[in-house]
Write a protein that binds this ligand. Structure first.
Ligand code: 0L1
Ligand code: MG
Length: 261
């Protein structure tokens, strides 16, 4: 690319997504790309998807666990957009060949009952706006080679968002201890990891508040009915054709996702 701009970056990220092709960091060619501009790229990418008929159904948080931040070499959480085209129904398989290098991570998901508008939203206020809590999976698929990026790259790339699914089992938030809520992640029937909700910034409500306050800086709020994916509880695992990733939570139930060709 001879000159990187918001428009050319959006075009390149969409080209990679549609062509199932990864590539180098945008910051290799645009080293002074800052975080504010990266979020403008993310919003411009969303506008292109909206003009193609997609609608926003929620927001995701990424890099909310210290372990994952260390592994990816990025030290702050970020947000990205969820659209209707990214939603899988429970039990629907993922056609792995449609993507670049999809990986799956278990998440605690919220469905919002009330608008949540920052700044200054506390975790308690955030939980008060939640209608129901669900077991979820996010499928991430970075448009960067080997998931290798700096923070502005991954923000521009809509936080590697690709697909997601939440369980149809809606649990009311009252009475749940989401910091202690534990999950067991399985691949093809073998347990590969365990974690609890405290892995997400100490409590998933902290992630929700952070998203509301971050969106407020861009004049945006979390709307009623939106889904919020609060961040991976464990490391993401690759999904292969014929393989199944499953998660079993204490109180939120179980979910599985199978890969096909
Ligand atoms: O949802 C996530 O935590 C992923 C955010 C982007 C980082 C990655 O691609 O691993
Ligand atoms: Mg995630």
């Amino acid at each position: 690319m001879s000159e990187w701009t918001i428009d050319t970056t959006v075009g390149e990220l969409l080209r990679r997504e549609h062509g199932r092709e990864d590539g180098a960091r945008i910051t290799e060619g645009w080293p002074d790309l800052d975080l504010g501009t990266a979020y403008r790229i993310q919003d411009a990418l969303l506008a292109r998807k909206a003009s193609a008929g997609q609608t926003v159904v929620g927001v995701k948080l990424g890099l909310t666990s210290v372990a994952k931040q260390r592994r990816m070499g990025v030290d702050v959480p970020l947000t990205g957009w969820l659209t209707d085209a990214m939603a899988l129904t429970p039990g629907e398989p993922l056609a792995v060949g449609d993507f670049i290098h999809p990986r799956v991570e278990p998440e605690i998901a919220f469905v919002m009952g009330a608008r949540l508008s920052g700044p200054g939203v506390t975790a308690e206020q955030a939980m008060g706006a939640v209608q129901s809590v669900h077991a979820g999976f996010e499928v991430i698929d970075s448009r960067y080679r080997d998931f290798d990026f700096a923070l502005p790259d991954v923000v521009a790339d809509n936080a590697s968002a690709c697909r997601f699914v939440i369980s149809g089992h809606a649990v009311p938030p009252g009475g749940l201890d989401l910091a202690a809520e534990s999950c067991r992640l399985g691949v093809d029937g073998d347990t590969v990891d365990t974690a609890n909700g405290a892995a997400v910034l100490g409590h998933p409500a902290n992630a929700l508040a952070l998203a509301a306050n971050g969106l407020a800086e861009r004049g945006l709020a979390i709307e009623p009915g939106w889904i919020v994916l609060t961040g991976g509880l464990t490391d993401a695992v690759p999904l292969h054709p014929g393989g199944t990733v499953s998660v079993a939570f204490d109180s939120l139930g179980a979910l599985s996702l199978t890969g096909t060709h």
